[in-house]
Design a protein around this ligand. Structure first.
Ligand SMILES: [Zn+2]
Ligand SMILES: [Zn+2]
Length: 823
């Protein structure tokens, strides 16, 4: 063992050994319980950041801990490697996306991730931009096409008229093209969709099965799916006889409708305003609103704006005519694109009505019957008694809700219905760096899927990326022009590629058998490894990625390939890494490059710091002192072990005979604490704090030298400490493990177990009084008899001082805790 802790030498050596001995390679082993630990795979941007370090360090502790507990652990890593940045790099620097991506992967894998000492089985690496992976995206697409789950329809895309190209949402900045700052327009294009709505009910119901997920994420999933039960009611457009259908969950407020609002993109809008004096104003408003993205439009804090169309619609319940407005907050995708507005009982409508001077009518009265529109300061959203609602007056609004729904159905004014917020998943991208959609268009045969035997449809490498004009694949004649698989005549390929969320929707299954070439994955291997026992990633994926992966899993189940309904048993969403109160980002100039820490302090310090600074689900506040502290701790552990390393060689660790020894007790208390903290929601920070305390105790214990018996206790403490540190600082622990004379990596050693009898309190404190005044304290072995306590009290020098040599009258011992000497 070297005298000084030399992280560079140690970490390089350990990584070489792990690689050479294939320490983390795993295969299915039915004799062992399995554990599948997965961190969300990264996009190969070129460099890892501190968020990655934290994410992977958490997963690595879990994996190494489970391995030491006897599990057969699957811990893989791969690359979510299709996507826009590679294409942008190509446009800006003239590098082919493939070259850019593969070089980034190589750098991140070999020069960054491997330096962190993560226990991945690198033989299972999955790279989504390679054809051995994306061919299966195409295969799934065809299966879904055959079942009607993949289908085509018209949908809006962002369109830059100056670049003459479709833009991704990320390429639209404040309504302007990211390249040329032209105002982005909307265009309707035929696009491919996955019918995720067919699984809406199941995706919602199965949230209840996900007991290992954070409640916050489940709430986000449920809200995104957004099931609401209510009624659809038809309002007649005055004059034209056309209909505007609205959906509401609040049938009890139908008599309080004082205006309607429709979406700017509502198809009937043009017919409503045609020939009216409001037409120009409305069209200008619509154009302005359509430039904003939908998230902005529906943001609660966003100012609600609208304009009157000049048209009126008739409320079928009371035959009243109400004005029809266009509102920036109404979306075509949700509900029917038209909403009824009840300002008395909805705050948004109240604000809108107040702003534009529209009438307010109370239809639910409070208990005091005191609500008057003129004096209301806000909407009344509580329950109450029906008013101004014809024959329903006097009912409670809860009863009225179902009574009015019945009434509507009997009179055929509308119907009860369920509405979903969830829309079908649009997967078409008019881009190059993605999975080609395996469809061929033939004038004679129509839309023809590429036969399975012809997969993969390869991305051509000879394209030119300019960022202008048609999508690159549409410009590639060698790609586009093909023969119809049915009739052999000249035909065209689909030139759209798939949303990259498709890639990440099933990669966890691919890891189970990554080199399988007859199917997307081997069913038996997936049967052994799935489900993912612990999934770890950022909260930003709480909705789309997780929802799509759940959807794919259900589709794959229905294809008969997998026996399960859900992919992820337990989910941990780790917090962000922040510095100076803000998320690390280039624009804020507060980024700490992991490279810097790896070079200055080493991987074990980087890991230890990121795990110690806060519990995983909370934000981690970067601190230079924290990093220094982690580094110093490793030196401190090293020093105390080094000091005794020469004497350790022939020393057997202490066992039960050492119960009662202070350090022996601390050792077993620490084993208990670290184990429980890891098991209890991965509280690594308190586990590491316990290790630090134990090391302090070791320093105390050895301060004045140790005798032979104490040496055995010290040996058992060092053994336990090394094992307990192995998941957190694996290079460090492995090096010490070897120097202690052990063979094989500590990664395969058994996790220590604590001796319950060793942690029972070994000493008691007895307070000694003389004539009722506290004069001394005694430390005695637990279980000392009252007679021995009495003797010890009388023999105490301080007590003797106060008794002045007189014979005490008596000594009273109370519950083994207090001795009162009465003189
Ligand atoms: Zn442009
Ligand atoms: Zn044909």
């Amino acid at each position: 063992m070297d005298e000084r802790y030399d992280f560079k030498k140690i970490e390089e050596r350990r990584q070489r050994i792990w690689q050479g001995e294939q320490t983390f390679k795993v295969t299915e082993d039915p004799a062992k319980p399995k554990y599948y630990c997965l961190e969300m795979f990264p996009y190969p941007s070129g460099r890892i950041h501190m968020g990655h370090v934290r994410n992977y360090a958490i997963g690595d502790v879990v994996s190494r801990y489970k391995r030491m507990r006897g599990f057969n652990v699957l811990h893989p890593m791969g690359w979510d490697s299709f996507g826009l940045p590679a294409e942008n790099a190509a446009i800006q620097h003239g590098i082919h996306p493939s070259k850019w991506t593969l070089e980034n992967i190589e750098f991140m894998r070999d020069k960054q991730l491997k330096r962190l000492g993560l226990s991945y089985d690198w033989d299972r690496e999955v790279t989504t931009c390679l054809e051995d992976y994306y061919r299966w995206n195409q295969w799934f697409f065809i299966k879904m096409f055959d079942r009607g789950i993949a289908y085509k329809k018209l949908a809006y895309v962002n369109w830059c008229p100056s670049c003459a190209t479709v833009l991704a949402n990320e390429q639209v900045e404040d309504g302007l093209c990211w390249r040329c700052s032209s105002v982005v327009a909307h265009r309707e294009l035929e696009q491919w969709f996955f019918k995720i709505t067919a699984y809406a009910e199941e995706l919602l119901a199965d949230c209840d099965k996900l007991t290992g997920w954070p409640e916050r994420v489940l709430t986000m999933q449920r809200n995104w799916i957004g099931k609401s039960t209510g009624v659809e009611v038809d309002f007649t457009v005055e004059g034209s006889g056309g209909k505007l259908t609205i959906f509401t969950t609040r049938a009890d407020t139908l008599f309080g409708v004082t205006f309607m609002s429709i979406a700017p993109e509502h198809p009937v809008l043009e017919s409503l305003i045609k020939g009216r004096k409001q037409a120009d104003e409305v069209r200008a408003f619509v154009q302005r609103v359509m430039r904003e993205d939908k998230a902005t439009r529906t943001d609660e804090k966003r100012e609600k704006e609208g304009v009157f169309t000049g048209a009126y619609a008739v409320n079928p319940l009371n035959s009243e005519k109400v004005p029809v407005w266009v509102g920036n907050f109404v979306l075509m995708e949700y509900g029917t694109g038209a909403i009824m507005s009840v300002p008395a009982h909805d705050q948004r409508d109240f604000d809108f009505a107040t702003k534009y001077g529209l009438p307010i009518r109370v239809v639910i009265q409070n208990a005091e019957k005191s609500l008057v529109p003129e004096t209301m300061k806000e909407a009344y959203i509580e329950n109450g008694i029906m008013a101004n609602s014809g024959t329903f007056d006097g009912l409670s609004n809860i009863d009225a809700m179902s009574k009015i729904a019945e009434y509507i159905e009997q009179r055929k004014l509308g119907k009860r219905t369920v509405n979903w917020r969830l829309r079908d998943w649009g997967i078409s991208r008019q881009r190059y760096w993605g999975t080609p959609i395996p469809i061929i268009y033939c004038d004679a045969c129509g839309t023809v899927p590429v036969p399975e035997k012809d997969l993969p449809v390869r991305l051509p490498m000879d394209v030119e990326l300019t960022g202008r004009g048609k999508s690159p694949l549409a410009e590639s004649r060698s790609f586009r022009d093909t023969a119809c698989p049915k009739c052999g005549k000249t035909a065209r390929r689909e030139t759209d590629t798939m949303d990259t969320f498709v890639d990440s929707s099933w990669y966890f299954l691919r890891y189970c058998s990554p080199r399988e070439n007859k199917a997307p994955f081997d069913k038996k291997a997936a049967g052994y490894w799935m489900n993912v026992d612990q999934y770890i990633g950022g909260i930003e994926h709480a909705v789309l990625h997780l929802l799509y992966a759940r959807f794919f899993t259900k589709v794959i189940r229905d294809l008969g390939l997998f026996d399960g309904d859900e992919p992820f048993q337990n989910l941990l969403t780790q917090g962000m890494v922040i510095k100076d109160g803000a998320k690390m980002s280039k624009s804020k100039g507060n980024v700490v490059d992991p490279e810097f820490i790896l070079t200055k302090y080493g991987a074990d310090t980087a890991r230890l710091f990121s795990l110690f600074a806060s519990p995983p689900e909370r934000d981690l506040d970067w601190s230079d002192q924290g990093v220094e502290g982690a580094y110093r701790f490793l030196h401190r552990v090293w020093a105390v072990i080094y000091k005794h390393s020469a004497e350790m060689n022939d020393v057997r660790p202490a066992g039960a005979e050492a119960r009662g020894d202070k350090l022996y007790r601390k050792t077993h208390l620490t084993i208990k604490k670290v184990t429980e903290d890891i098991e209890r929601e991965f509280h690594f920070n308190t586990a590491i704090a316990a290790l630090m305390e134990m090391v302090n105790e070791m320093y105390d214990y050895t301060a004045d030298g140790v005798d032979k018996k104490q040496l055995t206790v010290l040996r058992s403490a060092i053994d336990a400490l090394t094992l307990l540190m192995a998941p957190f600082a694996p290079h460090f622990a492995d090096e010490i493990w070897e120097s202690l004379g052990n063979r094989g990596s500590i990664a395969n050693a058994a996790w220590p177990l604590y001796d319950p009898e060793a942690i029972v309190l070994s000493e008691i404190t007895v307070v000694v009084q003389v004539n009722g005044k506290v004069r001394s304290k005694l430390m005695l072995p637990a279980g000392t008899s009252d007679r021995d306590i009495e003797a010890a009290a009388l023999a105490d020098p301080k007590v003797k001082e106060y008794t002045n040599g007189k014979t005490p009258k008596k000594v009273i011992v109370v519950q083994g805790k207090l001795a009162n000497v009465v003189v």
